[in-house]
Each structure stands twice: as structure tokens, then as C-alpha cells.
Ligand binder design. Structure first.
Ligand SMILES: [Zn+2]
Length: 126
């Protein structure tokens, strides 16, 4: 059976009025399908818009985190510099340290050199 034959058969069975009704039903179905497709498209557009907003928010968070990390690197560098200075000062102090009992060249002079030695050694000796 070819489509033409089917249409002719339906037309014969239903008459022209029935045929028009059938045609209208098919057209209604097609319109409903188009409306349905449009609805699905709208929903997809909403999803895409939401995903774009999510991506934008995540990008901003990423940039903020990167800025924070950069700043922490700066802080780290600064602290390393301070530690270098402190270590150098400590080494110089160690070299300049005088162990002579009751040294008269000490500036300013301490009354009790043993006490000073104890403090310098961290209270471990004696
Ligand atoms: Zn001395």
C-alpha cells in the first residue's frame, strides 16, 4: 500500500468531512510537538544560563584564591628575609661574644659575668 492509497482509503471511509478532521488532528499534533520542543529549548536555555553564572562565580573564586596565594608568597618572602637578618645577627652576636670572666671591656659592663653567660647559654650550663 502506498501513502496515496491509504489516504484515498481513509477519504473513502470517512468522507471529506472526516478527512479534514483527520488532517486537523495531525496538524494539532504537529503544533503540540513544536510547542513541546520550544518548552524543552527554553529549559535548556535556563540550564545554560545557570551554568554560565556558575562558571562566572567559580572564575571569581579562582581569581580571589590566586590573589591570596600570591600575597602569601609575598609574606613568605618577607618572613624569609627577616629570618635571614635574624640569623645573620645571631651569627655576628655569637662571634662577638666574650667569655672572659669579669671582662672590663664589656659595654655596658655587667656586675656578674657568670649570670650573663648563663643567660647567653640559655641557662643550660652550671
Ligand atoms: Zn670581653
Amino acid at each position: 500500500m502506498t501513502p496515496e492509497l491509504i489516504i484515498q482509503l481513509i477519504a473513502a471511509l470517512l468522507g471529506t468531512g472526516g478527512f479534514v478532521a483527520l488532517f486537523l488532528i495531525i496538524e494539532k499534533k504537529a503544533a503540540a510537538q513544536v510547542a513541546n520542543t520550544e518548552k524543552v529549548n527554553e529549559q535548556w536555555q535556563l540550564i545554560v544560563a545557570q551554568k554560565e553564572r556558575d562558571f562566572s562565580a567559580l572564575s571569581q573564586k579562582y581569581e580571589a584564591a590566586t590573589d591570596k596565594i600570591d600575597k602569601l608568597y609575598d609574606v613568605n618572602t618577607e618572613l624569609r628575609k627577616q629570618l635571614d637578618v635574624a640569623n645573620t645577627n645571631f651569627a655576628v652576636s655569637k662571634l662577638m661574644r666574650c667569655h672572659v670572666i669579669k671582662c672590663i671591656n664589656r659595654e655596658p659592663p655587667f656586675g656578674n659575668t657568670e649570670e650573663v653567660k648563663q643567660i647567653l647559654d640559655g641557662g643550660q650550663n652550671i
